[in-house]
Design a protein around this ligand. Structure first.
Ligand SMILES: Cc1ncc(COP(=O)(O)O)c(C=O)c1O
Length: 346
């Protein structure tokens, strides 16, 4: 457990609210491996509707959603095109190679790519070239600080993919944030893609789970693989109830997290640290601290603020359900002190 009073390391650190716990405790349940859990079924129907897809599958995590999407849309030896910093490349324990036998190729820079970047990844067909069968876009993009993919750019990339015979997956772990920030509805953001994975355990503040959404045959196959991978859950309605509660009560308030991130970014940027305000588009703030990031994080923790060093001199702060506006103001002031202390110590 973090010793910090204000924990900005990630939006996954939230605790379920009292109302969410109550909804979870009251959930009607059944054996979901038999397809008999009414709450899981309600969540899957709700997610199919929200994303505009024919079907949805409740899965344990965003990692499982991404990996099932890869598994059902590729064959071993295939190549998957992603942007720089893509979650499956950096944070999924090599699962693409281990579970589906695929390799990744990076398009564009900073997590974003264009139709031309995609086309440039495709070698002329030859017996020695891997088949590129899937592209993936991450919206919002985590490693670049929660930046939003412009809807038109995503549409153009996926259209180019279609022309080249490449299927499209949306890693929408934080698509809720992208939708709130851009004002574009979730189903429109999902429309170009074959499959989309959205998380309940980040901006929405539920304790567990994600949904993989897409056409019924792909989701049926993903359901089979989920069982094979040990992800078949029994009375999972208890978890699905937390997600349903979050969908009903925590979507609109994500705008508060974005406002808190901006407030923090503006205050911190006026001190010794450098923040790109143009890149602060959702609930994350990336700060270039000039001193070793680990030292700044240690000083911040000593003052009661948890932050995540993500490179030698860069720190990430993430705003979420458990951080109030007053917390954001206090965190900005304490973090600025931490930067000054680290500078004085170096
Ligand atoms: C962009 C992105 N995709 C997928 C995931 C994976 O989610 P999980 O931690 O639930 O496996 C994350 C987690 O932070 C993420 O940031």
């Amino acid at each position: 457990m973090s010793e910090s009073r204000i924990d900005l390391r990630s939006d996954t650190v939230t605790r379920p609210t009292a109302a969410m716990r109550e909804a979870m405790a009251r959930a009607e349940v059944g054996d979901d491996v038999f397809g008999e859990d009414p709450t899981v079924r309600a969540l899957e129907e709700a997610m199919a509707h929200i994303t505009g897809k024919a079907a949805a599958l409740f899965v344990t995590s965003g990692t499982m959603g991404n990996q099932l999407a890869i598994a059902v849309q590729t064959r071993p030896g295939d190549e998957v095109v992603v942007g720089e910093g893509a979650h499956p490349v950096h944070y999924e324990a090599g699962a693409g190679a281990a579970l589906s036998g695929v390799q990744f190729t990076l398009a564009g820079s900073g997590g974003f790519y264009t139709a031309q970047d995609l086309a440039a990844c495709i070698a002329p067909p030859a017996p020695w070239t891997p088949r590129v069968t899937l592209l993936s876009i991450e919206n919002t993009h985590n490693r670049s600080g929660g930046r939003v993919w412009p809807a038109a750019q995503a549409e153009a990339v996926v259209a180019e993919g279609r022309r080249l015979g490449i299927a499209a997956h949306l890693d929408g772990a934080r698509l809720w944030n992208a939708s709130v920030a851009s004002g574009v509805a979730v189903d429109r953001l999902c429309a170009p893609f074959d499959t989309a994975s959205l998380c309940f355990s980040k901006g929405l503040g539920a304790p567990v789970g994600s949904a993989l959404c897409g056409p019924k045959p792909l989701i049926d196959e993903a359901r089979r693989l989920r069982k094979r991978w040990g992800g078949g859950m029994r009375q999972a309605g208890i978890l699905a109830a937390g997600a349903l509660h979050a969908l009903a009560h925590h979507r609109e308030r994500i705008a508060d997290d974005h406002a808190n991130a901006r407030l923090f970014a503006e205050r911190v940027a006026s001190g010794d640290a450098h923040v790109s305000l143009a890149s602060t588009q959702t609930n994350m703030v990336l700060i270039e601290v000039g001193s070793p990031a680990a030292t700044v994080a240690r000083e911040a923790l000593a003052l009661g603020v948890g932050v995540a060093p993500i490179s030698a001199t860069r720190i990430r702060a993430v705003f979420h359900l458990d951080v109030s506006r007053a917390d954001a103001e206090e965190a900005a002031s304490l973090f600025t002190q931490a930067v000054e202390r680290a500078k004085a110590a170096s």
